[in-house]
Design a protein. Structure first.
Length: 127
């Protein structure tokens, strides 16, 4: 298990919504309201599941903001978060990841196969 810098604890919540974003009644939106310092990964097009582009949005936010972070991803956002962390193993400021109801990679067309592998950060999968 890697150690994150304790200087900015507690970690900042980063939500990674799935297709169509997370409307006002969604659990991710509720969770963001519970943590005023939370951040949300925004996508160029919420209706177009582009794994590489969505993963780049996750990575860009993590590079732009100050950590440590805990990611809470949903559906296609789980794939984007996992892909971003797999392609960016130096993400030392990610303390953990919550993956809720991950989308099946088989339902989407990618430039190549989705490479499922163990994340280098503590993670919990629900659903």
């Amino acid at each position: 298990m890697r150690a994150c810098s304790k200087s900015a604890w507690p970690p900042r919540l980063v939500t990674v919504p799935g297709l169509h974003g997370s409307e006002g009644a969604h659990w991710q939106t509720w969770l963001e309201r519970q943590f005023p310092r939370s951040l949300r990964v925004e996508q160029y097009d919420w209706d177009a599941p582009d794994l590489a582009r969505w993963a780049q949005s996750v990575r860009a936010l993590l590079e732009r903001e100050r950590g440590p972070f805990v990611l809470a991803a949903h559906s296609f956002g789980c794939l984007a978060a996992a892909h971003a962390l797999a392609q960016w193993p130096q993400a030392a400021d990610v303390a953990g990841v919550l993956l809720v109801a991950p989308a099946s990679p088989h339902k989407f067309t990618f430039a190549g196969p989705f490479d499922a592998r163990r994340l280098a950060v503590p993670s919990i999968v629900i659903g």
